[in-house]
Design a protein around this ligand. Structure first.
Ligand code: ZN
Length: 459
């Protein structure tokens, strides 16, 4: 199959660029993955949905792709805990009375379960940070040797002044870089914005490694340079992450990797928009996060969250609310119901609609337009069989399980007795009674329609 030219928005250049895979056969994608000292929330899932939609789209358009996603299994690597010297992995371990490895294993498993619920396909590899510490130490040694890093008192810092392009990805000025340095700055740093590559162990006793600078642990940013270049080499196609990773995490990764490689390492940087709740970013620290299983317990289909996410451009922030989710849940059920009905008729993919769908995907994964196309196709005069075949094909990208039968919803209390009574009334041709019962059912939120096969509940 001929592959369409795919255009993707590159955060680095702030414009859409043609995807030109370095190796014709396969597009290599590195994605920043979860920290596994806590559950992923739906905001994290939205971030991980970006590389999934990217891979599914590439696959649909005839490309092969290979994705690597790292697992951050060292709590003190993470940025939010780092400068306060707080170690979330160890805090979690202490609270749950388990070893850090057990905590990491349990939350990694929960992460894989959660992404499965929203049909995010697993990556080809999930390297763990703790398995790459020797490689991180090697990279830090190289950075010290080539003048990009310096040691003070067992800590190693990246010298941002040594890398003039620092700040380019995030369009940060030196002032903002300084403001970006958190907590108590180490007065021994050459520049307050110099970031940590290696941190002296201090009071830490677990998850500490020996190094040329004494016992300690690596900074968060070096993790992704080490894993991406160990697995893909020093050039690969696409790096993904959340918008909150642009600075400092990815800015730092570029400074590290390029100072070592001596050239550009990542061709395209893609960032997913954040999930907002009442105007605030969904985050554990803000205390406003939901796990997908919580939404499931509230009666939502987890894929309703995916449906909701598909309605927004991946780069844009998405406002999340249970009302919007309920709407998505109903819309998804109705769509499945239609596909189930139409599937009873034979039909093949409508090529003209499909080429429009492909063009939309190739234009920077424009899923909101793809979803509008779904709605247009549903209303179109295409034959039912062709509609079903086309929608089921598109579902390889959308991942909404459209050929799954609409979910059985539990009926409200009293509804089944009313339905039985109404069936009896209809059998007795007592239509006045039947209409009365239909109104009573409607007041419970149950809409009945009469078909040749008898009464049915409208989904
Ligand atoms: Zn990363």
């Amino acid at each position: 199959m001929n592959t369409a030219t795919v255009r993707l928005y590159n955060t680095f250049t702030r414009r859409k660029e043609d995807l030109r895979p370095l190796d014709d056969g396969v597009v290599r994608i590195y994605s920043c993955g979860p920290t596994v000292y806590r559950f992923a929330h739906v905001g994290n899932l939205r971030t991980f949905m970006l590389p999934d939609l990217l891979r599914r789209s590439l696959d649909y358009l005839g490309y092969r792709s290979e994705q690597v996603m790292n697992i951050t299994d060292v709590g003190h690597l993470t940025d939010d805990a780092f400068d306060r010297g707080e170690d979330k992995m160890l805090v979690a371990a202490r609270l749950e009375k388990k070893a850090p490895e057990e905590i990491a294993a349990a939350y990694t498993e929960a992460f894989l379960d959660d992404i499965g619920k929203v049909n995010i396909r697993p990556a080809a590899q999930y390297p763990r940070a703790t398995a790459y510490v020797p490689r991180m130490i090697e990279l830090i040694q190289q950075l010290v040797a080539n003048g990009h890093a310096y040691e003070v008192g067992g800590n190693v810092y990246y010298d941002i002044a040594s890398f003039p392009a620092y700040g380019r990805l995030s369009r940060n000025t030196t002032d903002k870089l300084m403001a970006g340095a958190r907590g108590e700055p180490d007065p021994r740093k050459r520049h307050p914005g110099d970031f940590t590559l290696w941190k002296a162990a201090g009071q830490h006793r677990t998850q500490v490694w020996d190094s040329p600078w004494g016992p300690g642990f690596p900074g968060w940013h070096i993790e992704c340079s080490a894993m991406s270049m160990s697995i893909f080499g020093d050039r690969f196609d696409i790096h993904t992450g959340g918008a909150d990773n642009v600075f400092p995490h990815h800015e730092a990764e570029i400074a590290q990797s390029e100072a070592i490689a001596g050239h550009r390492v990542v061709s395209l940087w893609m960032h997913g928009g954040l999930l907002m709740l009442s105007g605030t970013r969904m985050a554990k620290s803000a205390g406003n996060f939901f796990r997908i299983t919580e939404l499931e317990e509230q009666g939502f289909d987890p894929l309703a969250f995916r449906y909701l996410a598909l309605q927004a451009k991946y780069r844009a922030p998405l406002n999340f609310g249970t009302e919007g989710l309920a709407g998505a849940d109903r819309a998804l059920d109705q769509l499945r119901e239609k596909v189930a009905q139409w599937s009873r008729q034979a039909g093949s993919i409508d090529e003209s609609w499909d080429s429009r769908f492909r063009a939309v995907l190739a234009d920077d994964l424009d899923l909101p337009v793809a979803m509008a196309l779904v709605a247009d196709l549903v209303r179109s005069d295409v034959t039912p069989g062709a509609k079903a075949a086309t929608l089921i094909a598109w579902d390889r990208v959308l991942g909404l399980d459209l050929n799954r039968a609409a979910r059985e919803r539990p009926l409200p209390a009293g509804a089944s007795a009313l339905l039985a009574a109404r069936q009896k009334a209809r059998d007795a041709r007592d239509f006045a009674r039947s209409d009365e019962l239909r109104d009573q059912l409607a007041s419970l939120g149950v809409t009945v329609i009469d078909t040749a096969e008898g009464q049915r509940i409208k989904p």
